[in-house]
Structures are given as structure tokens and as C-alpha cells.
Design a protein around this ligand. Structure first.
Ligand code: GTP
Ligand code: MG
Length: 550
């Protein structure tokens, strides 16, 4: 993949590595999509990967340096709530600022020498990325009991996401509020505090642990000063997907999700011009929004069509695969739970498995041959995460829907993780949106070797019906896993008694290969089999079943 391949290059022309001998990043060095949050320029070019097929939508608009200078712009319809106070009640409950130790000495902005910049070039996914310094901000909503992940855990996960994206986290801060401030998400006092911290730490990007509105993004950027970029959890996840998309389909899906994320933000970007024009007159800015929105919508339409055709091809391939009715087992689970490691262990596949979030974006299917000669297909899928951006779920829906065609779902859980239960809940939530409730499920507690008390975990798993304990890394429990899969698959199969004519030997071996044969005997007219078989095979056997019962 090229640098932040699809959408970073869609929005910005500036994401090249600097070429000076000391490799000092230019003052506006950018490599992440949020670094060009459509403030001054909108450039849309098509990524290297999808360019050959999307030449027709290479666009874009001219440089528009139109933002008002200093003053805060309130977003329309976002209320009069002042920072930290609502209806006379103080919302602001507690402030807390944590500063992580910077990994190296940090000098004042602009005073960094070439050598210190040199240390911030890292190799990520085979390409060199400049590690921007990031500062994390989260909000703890007082009295919000619906959130299963605590602020601290969510904050920690945000740090992992930032690390996965290639950023260097140098500090963080959180605030308790009743509700987020509609203008700046955090209160004004907190904004000032974060501003001081990011200036002192020479931070380039401030990341918020929730999705921000266009107005909040813009107001915060303005409050922190023009050279500090603001982004949210969604933009960060989209950027990781963008960096990791390895196939044409994944690149298209991510580009689509990013454009859909940009669309409402683009809309609000220029609303100040409407106000400047008295809120009535159709000004230049408004015309420009219409133009930009139209361009984005056109591109979204083109991407959707392109995705449709890619999916058609995949479906044809899948149908061919299903012509031999081997049952399909799908691995689902929270990101980093060990799904790809399990697939690799069982099939000798070489799917990338690493201690980073979202290592896998594309489904991979491999054949698993069990010791007793039985077979099933195992599909590895994209991992889930709490607060999964809705644009991503929508864009990846087709990929995820493939799992709805499986005979069995294996929910892989990292049982050594302190938030294992919350991760299970987050996965169940996404699954409930995918209409897969009728598919049997097996729960696998993985990474038992890493748990503080493996024996206790194993005993607990033994007491529960649907849970198998394994260590995908060292292979422990894989035989139990295969046996459990087989038992579960049998539950999802149909009981048949069929008389298979002697000239249909192939069908007979398919029954043995994918079904569970309880007995067979030769008769004058063919072989009489009694077996549990997958539904699709049972359908193929229908005429023979009639033969048998007649
Ligand atoms: N100790 C231990 N580590 C494991 C085990 N299984 C996987 N891991 C490690 O966990 C990390 C994540 O594993 P992956 O297989 O990439 O996880 P995944 O669920 O495919 O992750 P995504 O593709 O991001 O959704 C890797 O560093 C693995 O080596 C295990 O049983 N024990
Ligand atoms: Mg994976």
C-alpha cells in the first residue's frame, strides 16, 4: 500500500515524505486524514490502488481560504449551553490531567533539530511513517450507566489505536461531565488546560475518544491554534483501516466509509458564511458547499457501484465454493482476540497475526481437515471494537454478512484481557445487528496461557456448556476445539436416510466427507445411508430420500 493509501491521498496533496537530507518534516507535515480536515483546501484525488478503475472521478475544487480568523463560531442549533454549565447547574465535576512521560526530550515547537525528527520515522506495514505526537482526551459521562467500558479502559484502548496508527502518545487527559459540551465537547476550562499541555509537549494531534460533530471539531481546532490538529476516535479507526486495507474491496469499503464520515462535516464547514451573509442570502460559501457535497456524493455513488461489482465477483466465487457443501465455520470476535492465530494453527495458513488492532480486514477462508477425516471451512473475519463507527459497519456490512451464511459462529475471546466480558458484550452487540441469531454459536476462551490463573479459567470453562478453552498460540486445546465444532455442526445438520444409486459414488463420498454417517448398507438398488448432513446436501439428496421412504 502507498502512504495512507486511500483517503489520506484523497483529501490531501501533502502526504509525501520530506526529501531533505536530515528528513525534517515540513512545518505542515501530514500523513493522517484528520490532518487535512477540510479546513482550507479540499483536494480529492483517487488513490493509487483504486485509481485505475476510478479515473472518472478524479476531481477537485480550488483552494478556499475562507475561514474566519480568531473568533469562535457557534454551530447553528447547538444551543446556548455555556461551557460546563447547563440550566444554572454546574456540569463540571472533576478535572484530572495525566501526562505520560515523553519518549524523548521535547523542545518547544520549531526548535526540534533534524536528529530528533529522525527518531520519529518508523516503519509501519512496510512503509516509513512519521510518528506525530498525539495527546488523548476523553470524557466520563456522569451517571451514564449504559457504558460498559469505563473511561479509563476506553482511554487505554484509544492509546492502543493511536499506537496502531503510528502515532506517539505523549499525554492524556479526561474530564467528568454530565453531558458533552455541544460546542467543544469538553468544558472551556478543560480546553485551556489541554491547550497548555499540548503546547508544552509540542503535540501535533489531539485525539478525542468519541465521535465529534463538525462544529466541535472546528471549534476545538480554532481554540488550540491552527497548527494543532484535532481528530476523533472514528477518524482514527478509519485511518487504521485505511493503512491496512490490502485488497481492492477493503480499500473501496474504507474509502466509502471515510467519504460518508466527511460528508456531514463538509456540510457544516462553511455554515459561517451563511451567517456572515445574514443567514438568508445564498453566499459564495453556500454555493461551494453544494458543489463539494455534490462531488462527494458523486464519488460515493461511484464507489458503491464499484463495490457492487467487486461483490458480485466474490459471490460467484463463493457459490462455486459452496457447490461442494462443506460446512462453513466463521471466526468472530473482538480485535486482537487471536482469530487469525487460530486459523493459522489449524490450517497452516499464513494470515497476518500480530499484537496490533485490526490486523485482519478481509475474510480469509481455509479448509480444516480433522484427524477423523472430516472437513470444514474456517473463515477469519474483521475484528470488532466498542464504539465501532457506524459508517464502517455499513461499509463492511457485505463482508460481515458473509458470516450469516455460515453453519456455525465461533466467538473467539481473549480471556486473559481484563475487559473480556465487556469485549464479549461489544461483539454480541454488533452480531445482534447482523441478523445471525439463528446460527449456532461456540464460545472459545483463547490465550488461556496468558491468564493469571489458567487452571481456574479451565475449571470455569468445563462447567459451562458452550465454552472451550484453548491457546491458539501454543496449540493447547485444539483437538477439543475441533471435537466441539464437529458436535455443534451436527446439531445444525439435517437427519437423512437416503438410497444413493451405485452410479452416484461421488455423492456418497461427499456425504462421508461433510456429513456424520451413522450407518450405511448395500442394497440391490444402491447404498442406504443414515447420516446427519448439511441442509444444502440434504436438498441435493431429496430425490434419493424419496426413493428411500417410498
Ligand atoms: N499468549 C497468547 N497470545 C496469543 C494467543 N493467540 C493469539 N495471541 C497473540 O495475540 C495477538 C493478536 O492475534 P491475532 O491472531 O492477530 O488476533 P485477531 O483476532 O486476528 O486480531 P484482528 O485481526 O486485529 O481482529 C498476536 O500477537 C498473537 O500472537 C494465545 O493463545 N496466547
Ligand atoms: Mg486477525
Amino acid at each position: 500500500m502507498t502512504t495512507s493509501c486511500c483517503f489520506a491521498s484523497i483529501i490531501s496533496p501533502q502526504n509525501q515524505l520530506p526529501t531533505t537530507p536530515t528528513r525534517t518534516p515540513p512545518s505542515h507535515y501530514h500523513h493522517h486524514p484528520w490532518s487535512q480536515t477540510l479546513t482550507h483546501q479540499i483536494y480529492i484525488t483517487i488513490t493509487n490502488q483504486i485509481r485505475p478503475r476510478l479515473k472518472s472521478i478524479k476531481v477537485l475544487s480550488e483552494d478556499l481560504d475562507v475561514l474566519p480568523s480568531e473568533s469562535f463560531t457557534e454551530e447553528e442549533g447547538e444551543g446556548e449551553v455555556d461551557d460546563g454549565v447547563s440550566n444554572g447547574v454546574a456540569q463540571f465535576v472533576e478535572r484530572e490531567t495525566k501526562t505520560l512521560t515523553p519518549r524523548k526530550h521535547v523542545s518547544k515547537r520549531g526548535e526540534d533539530d533534524g536528529e530528533s525528527y529522525e527518531n520519529r520515522f518508523n516503519l509501519r506495514n512496510g512503509r516509513e511513517v512519521f510518528a506525530e505526537k498525539a495527546y488523548l482526551v476523553s470524557l466520563e459521562r456522569k451517571n451514564d450507566h449504559n457504558i460498559s467500558f469505563g473511561t479509563e479502559e476506553s482511554h487505554k484502548e484509544l492509546g492502543q489505536l493511536a499506537d496502531t496508527a503510528g502515532l506517539m502518545v505523549v499525554g492524556s487527559s479526561s474530564q467528568k461531565l454530565l453531558t458533552p459540551n455541544p460546542r467543544t465537547y469538553i468544558g472551556s476550562g478543560k480546553v485551556a488546560e489541554v491547550k497548555n499541555a499540548v503546547r508544552a509537549l509540542d503535540v501535533e494531534t489531539v485525539i478525542f475518544d468519541d465521535e465529534l460533530s463538525a462544529g466541535q471539531l472546528r471549534n476545538l481546532e480554532k481554540a488550540f491554534g491552527g497548527d494543532i490538529r484535532v481528530c476523533d476516535r472514528t477518524a482514527l479507526i478509519l485511518d487504521i483501516f485505511n493503512q491496512r486495507a490490502a485488497t481492492h474491496e477493503a480499500a473501496l469499503q474504507v474509502a466509502l466509509a471515510q467519504m460518508e464520515y466527511q460528508l456531514p462535516r463538509l456540510t457544516k464547514m462553511w455554515t459561517h458564511l451563511e451567517r456572515q451573509a445574514g443567514g438568508q442570502v445564498k453566499g459564495m460559501g453556500e454555493k461551494q458547499i453544494e458543489v463539494d457535497k455534490r462531488i462527494l456524493r458523486t464519488q460515493i455513488g461511484v464507489l458503491k457501484k464499484e463495490l457492487e461489482s467487486v461483490r458480485k465477483h466474490r459471490k460467484q466465487y463463493r457459490n462455486r465454493r459452496f457447490s461442494v457443501p462443506v460446512p462453513v465455520v466463521s471466526l468472530v470476535g473482538y480485535t486482537n482476540a487471536g482469530k487469525s492465530t487460530l486459523l493459522n494453527q489449524l490450517t497452516g495458513a499464513n494470515v497476518l497475526a500480530e499484537d496490533r488492532l485490526f490486523a485482519t480486514l478481509d475474510p480469509t477462508t481455509r479448509r480444516v481437515q480433522m484427524k477423523n477425516g472430516k472437513e470444514f471451512l474456517l473463515t477469519d473475519t474483521v475484528g470488532f471494537i466498542q464504539k465501532l463507527p457506524t459508517t464502517l459497519v455499513a461499509a463492511f456490512r457485505a463482508t460481515l454478512e458473509e458470516i450469516s451464511e455460515s453453519s456455525l459462529l465461533v466467538h473467539v475471546v481473549d480471556i486473559s484481557h481484563p475487559l473480556a466480558q465487556q469485549q464479549i458484550d461489544a461483539v454480541d452487540k454488533v452480531l445482534s445487528e447482523l441478523d445471525v441469531a439463528s446460527i449456532p454459536k461456540l464460545i472459545v476462551w483463547n490465550k488461556v496461557d496468558k491468564a493469571s490463573d489458567p487452571q481456574k479459567i479451565k475449571t470455569e470453562a468445563d462447567e459451562r456448556e458452550d465454552v472451550i478453552c484453548i491457546s491458539a498460540l501454543n496449540g493447547d486445546g485444539l483437538q477439543d476445539f475441533c471435537n466441539a465444532v464437529q458436535a455443534k455442526l451436527r446439531d445444525s445438520m439435517v437427519w437423512v436416510e437416503a438410497l444413493v444409486p451405485f452410479d452416484k459414488g461421488e455423492l456418497l463420498s461427499t456425504i462421508h466427507q461433510v456429513g456424520m454417517v451413522e450407518g450405511s448398507e448395500y442394497t440391490e438398488n444402491g447404498t442406504l445411508v443414515r447420516a446427519h448432513v448439511p441442509l444444502s446436501l440434504a436438498r441435493q439428496l431429496t430425490p434419493m430420500r424419496q426413493l428411500c421412504t417410498s
